[in-house]
Design a protein around this ligand. Structure first.
Ligand SMILES: Cc1cc2nc3c(=O)[nH]c(=O)nc-3n(C[C@H](O)[C@H](O)[C@H](O)COP(=O)(O)OP(=O)(O)OC[C@H]3O[C@@H](n4cnc5c(N)ncnc54)[C@H](O)[C@@H]3O)c2cc1C
Length: 346
């Protein structure tokens, strides 16, 4: 269930990042009897598994000889069903600060605000943001004449459209605009696409019928007419600088991970990763844990299996942090009545 609350939400646990490790973290917290909120910058859960290799096979998840990235995420969600977290998708955690009472104040770019007793940073390689062209002067034209392909696009009726990119989103943007736009041109450094075969076929059919044009080139600079974007300079394969006129430019270049605000949260960081102890995967700040690709320690391996182990010990660490007077017992899901109750089995 997606929630966005203008008020402050009190929670025992907040998980930042709904990748495979963040999802399993929520499950392990559930086994410990700790309810949690789960926040992710993307509009869907699954992190790298969904974003980067949804249809590719994974062979090294224990007990699952082979599954795709998407299937693994579906299975993690099924496993998490007894402990439904409060999901907050499409928003990125920007600020994390200590409260005077030992809790953590956490805020997203859309204004959701928590007071959390424990925080789990499962932010992977960072929040995924759309990739930009490496040219100057884009900012004043953004959301006027320059757009990211991954974001909602306006009506391009009667407009001359230039799209940069070679993936599914670039090709689909071109196909979607065919009917309305005055012209559609796709630019990439060479005429090879890294997209689903069916989409490439549809694009090539549109190209053959003259409804879309392909230009091989590397963008070098924007051309403006007063405040208005009028064209793009680019280098062709022979190294000549040419100009492609356009009313709108769509950058459909995929997503890139950006560590972003995590680096500013006052935690001990080494080479863009959060330093943890390997007993509980606690960071340098009490009550804050870091699991999965975001953390570092001697021997760290960025594998899903390792993230699952880290999340398990971090959940034990959180229970000890929340209830220091109680002994945190190891219980088996096979035999423990307490865990069966928590799992909704009895
Ligand atoms: C092509 C490829 C193939 C791979 N194959 C395998 C394999 O076969 N086996 C294997 O074990 N591993 C594999 N990996 C590695 C594996 O995908 C990672 O180890 C795993 O995804 C790490 O999980 P995570 O949950 O820590 O991070 P991620 O999957 O990176 O998820 C982190 C999530 O946090 C979110 N986030 C980040 N910052 C913020 C913020 N400030 N606010 C809100 N949300 C935020 C991101 O949007 C993202 O959804 C592969 C990786 C790639 C790229």
């Amino acid at each position: 269930m997606a929630t966005t609350a203008p008020h402050t939400i009190d929670t025992d646990a907040l998980v930042i990042g709904a990748g495979p490790v963040g999802l399993f973290q929520a499950f392990q917290l559930g086994l410990q009897g700790i309810a949690c909120h789960l926040v992710d910058a993307l509009p869907h859960v699954g992190g790298q598994c969904t974003e980067l290799y949804a249809d590719k096979p994974i062979y090294d998840i224990p007990g699952i000889p082979v599954c795709t990235g998407r299937e693994l995420v579906e299975r993690l969600q099924q496993q998490l069903a007894p402990f439904p977290p409060h999901y907050h998708l499409n928003q990125s955690v920007e600020a994390l600060q200590a409260c005077a009472d030992g809790r953590w104040s956490v805020r997203t770019n859309t204004g959701t605000h928590w007071h959390a007793n424990t925080v789990f940073i499962a932010a992977g390689v960072g929040a995924f943001v759309p990739r930009s062209l490496p040219i100057e002067g884009l900012a004043p034209h953004m959301k006027r004449q320059i757009w990211f392909g991954s974001q909602p696009l306006p009506d391009f009726s009667g407009q001359h459209l230039l799209i940069t990119g070679d993936g599914d989103s670039a090709l689909q943007c071109g196909l979607d605009a065919l009917e309305a736009a005055a012209s559609v041109t796709l630019m990439h450094r060479r005429e090879q696409f890294s997209a689903e075969p069916a989409r490439v076929q549809a694009f090539q059919a549109a190209q053959a019928s003259g409804r879309v044009r392909f230009v091989a080139g590397q963008p070098t600079a924007l051309v403006t007419d007063g405040e208005r974007l009028s064209a793009l300079h680019y280098l062709n394969a022979e190294g000549q600088e040419l100009t492609q006129p356009c009313d709108h430019l769509i950058m459909a270049l995929g997503l890139t991970p950006k560590l972003g605000p995590v680096a500013q949260w006052g935690l001990q960081i080494e080479r863009k990763q959060v330093v943890v102890n390997t007993e509980t995967f606690a960071t340098s700040a009490p009550g804050i844990f870091a699991v999965g690709d975001i953390n570092t320690y001697p021997g760290k391996k960025k594998l899903i299996l390792c993230g699952f182990h880290e999340a398990t010990l971090a959940a034990f660490g959180a229970a000890a942090h929340l209830w220091p007077q109680d002994k945190t017992l190891l219980q088996y899901t096979t035999t423990s009545r307490t865990l069966h109750k928590r799992l909704g089995l009895i």
